[in-house]
Design a protein around this ligand. Structure first.
Ligand SMILES: C[S@@+](CC[C@H](N)C(=O)[O-])C[C@H]1O[C@@H](n2cnc3c(N)ncnc32)[C@H](O)[C@@H]1O
Length: 528
């Protein structure tokens, strides 16, 4: 512990010496010298703190911060990019030129491993020592955790990203051999760590562009810092944990819905505010409203600058919006998920004949985490539930989000209810089973050893037995207890994430059923 604190301290001192600062830029001093005398680059606006329920290590406000205030700047010279690594190391520069077919993410992952391979000789050594040791991104999921996701789309995505990660690693091996990396920096485990680091940290910079520009699409994974298409790693700037953009929208939707829970309330909001208007996608919406404008590279000061996105009270965690992600995407790219995610979507597969009567893209047909169907899903289903010869005449109403008739609305709601029920029944465990498993995992995580509770429902008991099996602990019991280890703890953490994800998914379907029942009720009340 003391060693960790000392390492963090020397990291912050090193950052201060190189011009990283959370103080306002002084007009008389240059960026690189403004904080060089300080023993830490933080303390004026931010400090490192621990937030067990919201990302672990993160940055807290040391005083009240005002919305729009600059709270951190990191000089260009500190950013780790393909170019900055090449500038400092001719061997790497030469080797990289021999492998032009590698993607920018692969190249940056190799640069990171090559710097790590140098040990103390790397100019980024204090930063490298502070990077997380492991990630729980989907690429690190084994067969057990993958199966625990249960939902076909999520299982398929996980299998695909694991295969892709291995392929990318194989493609990068010749370059890593050329650079003569030590075996521990060249194996697949090291690759998974490096590519997860690049993805989790790079995309912050990508998605936090401050100045809205038509060509700089926020949250696009292909956007890069202006001078280097490989993007960058940003010491200290990557200590901000994540807040989902769109919380304001969700809160507003909730307040509208709470008026009487009727569909019309939701419709008028969605329609009037264009939230789900297909001509205005989420990224444009965010950039035009400035919701993601909390950081970006600024050429005039040659630094990455971060701004308070809202007012913060002293000691509050200061968060950054990395972009708009569903929970599965958060798991894929960052290895965590949010119990309440305003951008969560449970996609609703339609039958083939339904696609024939609308032109909404499949990814707009979903249920929000609160349980209400998306604007496009409702519109598509209302048209489908209309007889084919009338569709043309009511098309404009459906596309503007209006109900078509009480009977039509009830048909739509009943269809959604039956789909949600069918999906819930097809999954191997229930919401109650999943809650029991989560409790068991939470208890086990607090104990020194892992004990199978006697009162688990059968589906949960079976999954528990599979976990023990997957850990190769089948014969290791001592008085019914299993020894815990770092490996078991990490696997349990990923298992927990998988269960948490599928539980949220099921709760959304369940809430959707309640929503549809309420809507049928209010339609019938109006009919009476
Ligand atoms: C850019 S880092 C943020 C700093 C990180 N906590 C650290 O100690 O280095 C991103 C990682 O932090 C964690 N994280 C960020 N925001 C989170 C949140 N809201 N909930 C849970 N974990 C979060 C995830 O592990 C993610 O991959």
């Amino acid at each position: 512990m003391e060693k960790q604190e000392a390492s963090l301290e020397s990291f912050l001192k090193w950052a201060a010496e190189h011009g990283v600062s959370d103080s306002p830029p002084s007009s008389s001093s240059s960026l690189s010298s403004s904080s060089s005398s300080s023993s830490s680059c933080l303390g004026h606006s931010l400090s490192i703190s621990h937030f067990p329920q919201a990302g672990g290590r993160g940055l807290a406000a040391v005083r009240d911060l005002r919305k729009g205030e600059m709270i951190l700047r990191v000089p260009k010279s500190m950013l780790m990019t393909r170019d900055s690594v090449m500038e400092k190391d001719q061997t790497i520069a030469h080797a990289l030129k021999l492998y032009p077919s590698l993607s920018s993410t692969q190249v940056l992952a190799v640069c990171l491993l090559a710097e790590l391979n140098k040990g103390r000789r790397s100019v980024w050594y204090p930063y490298l020592m502070e990077l997380p040791r492991s990630y729980d991104t989907l690429t690190t999921f084994g067969p057990f955790e993958t199966k625990a996701l249960q939902v076909d789309d999520a299982v398929w995505l996980t299998e695909r990203v694991v295969v892709k990660a291995e392929l990318e690693w194989r493609e990068a091996i010749p370059l890593m051999k050329q650079l003569d990396l030590k075996p521990q920096f060249m194996n697949f485990k090291a690759w998974l760590w490096a590519s997860a680091t690049v993805r989790t940290l790079l995309s912050i910079v990508i998605s936090a562009q401050r100045i809205p520009h038509p060509l700089l699409k926020i949250s696009s994974r292909t956007l890069h810092v202006p001078w280097d298409d490989a993007g960058c790693l940003c010491p200290v700037g990557d200590l901000f944990n994540y807040a989902a953009p769109g919380e304001e929208i969700a809160a507003f939707e909730d307040s509208k819905r709470c008026v009487n829970g009727s569909l019309l309330e939701v419709e008028s909001f969605q329609n009037g505010d264009g939230i789900e208007n297909p001509s205005l996608d989420a990224e444009e919406y965010d950039s035009s409203s400035g919701r993601l404008t909390d950081g970006g590279y600024e050429d005039d000061v040659q630094a990455y600058c971060f701004y308070a996105k809202r007012n913060y009270g002293k000691n509050e965690q200061v968060l950054l919006s990395y972009g708009t992600y569903t929970n599965l995407e958060l798991l894929e790219h960052y290895g965590f998920l949010l119990d309440w995610n305003p951008n969560e979507k449970v996609f609703m597969p339609l039958e083939l004949d339904m696609f024939a009567c609308h032109s909404w893209p499949a990814d707009s047909l979903y249920i929000h985490q609160g349980g209400w169907p998306s604007f496009s899903l409702l519109s598509a289903l209302r048209l489908w539930a209309t007889s084919p010869n009338q569709r043309k005449s009511v098309g404009h109403l459906a596309f503007s989000g209006s109900q078509l008739s009480p009977e039509n609305e009830k048909t739509v709601m009943k269809w959604i209810i039956s789909r949600c029920n069918a999906i819930l029944e097809s999954l191997p465990s229930t919401i109650e089973d999943d809650r029991s498993i989560l409790c068991t995992i939470d208890e086990a995580q607090q104990l020194e050893a892992l004990e199978k509770p006697s009162n688990l429902p059968s589906a949960a008991a079976m999954e528990f037995a599979e976990f023990i099996e997957s850990m190769g602990l089948g014969n290791g019991r001592k008085n019914g207890m299993l020894p815990s280890s770092t490996k078991v703890e990490r696997a349990m953490g990923k298992w927990r994430l998988a269960v948490q994800w599928r539980l949220n998914y099921k709760k959304t379907l369940f809430d959707c059923i309640s929503f549809c029942l309420r809507t049928i009720d209010s339609v019938e009340t109006l009919q009476r």
